[in-house]
Design a protein around this ligand. Structure first.
Ligand code: ATP
Ligand code: MG
Length: 178
């Protein structure tokens, strides 16, 4: 162990197989990985249907399902702040110290690089299907969303009545327009 610790951030609305792949790949490069659950204070909207706690449950169970050693990662909720210029300090306040950030998000990349923290862009796996937007769309349209997420995430979404929640939220936002 040379103490190389990475940070990977995702909103994980919900956790899907792309998240698991990128976590597994990144764990080949770092000794420990901090997994930040972004926008942890947001829930009950079309793009952020699940609470921070529900997403931590999904992630914990999915990483266990894939036999990922719990000694190798830390799951940290990261609530949003209004100021982009202060965001890196906010993240550093909430997380264990890290050496590298793994992100494909260009704003995240820019903000960390301005603070001289190196950012690595991890490869995307089957991005047309493995995306939170695609999972939420399939849930709404009654299509096969289950194949895109780990089985343990299907179980959590069922436990919290997540399908019903997403469909109800969608109706609300449509009815607000008329
Ligand atoms: P949404 O469509 O809701 O934005 P998302 O699939 O983009 O969801 P996020 O929760 O926004 O997922 O997390 C983004 C991070 O997760 C990315 O920066 C990337 O590191 C990782 N990620 C998401 N999808 C994949 C994928 N298919 N392959 C590899 N990494 C992925
Ligand atoms: Mg995204």
């Amino acid at each position: 162990m040379n103490g190389n610790r990475g940070l990977l951030i995702g909103r994980m609305q919900p956790v899907h197989k792309g998240h698991i792949s990128v976590i597994k790949e990144t764990l080949k490069e770092v000794d420990e990985l901090i997994i930040g659950v972004g926008s942890s204070d947001k829930s009950h909207t079309n793009s952020n249907p699940f609470t921070g706690g529900e997403r931590i449950l999904m992630l914990t169970k999915a990483l266990r399902e894939f036999n990922i050693d719990p000694a190798r990662y830390y799951i940290i909720p990261l609530e949003d702040i209004a100021c982009n210029s202060l965001w890196v300090g906010h993240v550093k306040m909430l997380t264990p110290p890290f050496n590298n950030v793994y992100s494909g998000n260009s704003l995240v990349q820019q903000l960390f690089e301005e603070e001289d923290i190196p950012v690595i862009q991890p490869p995307l796996f089957n991005r047309t299907e493995y995306s939170g937007t695609e999972v939420r769309k399939r849930i709404l349209n009654n299509e096969n969303w289950e194949e895109l997420v780990p089985y343990s995430v299907v179980e959590v979404i069922n436990e919290i009545k997540g399908v019903e929640r997403i469909r109800k939220l969608n109706k609300k936002e449509i009815s607000e327009l008329i």
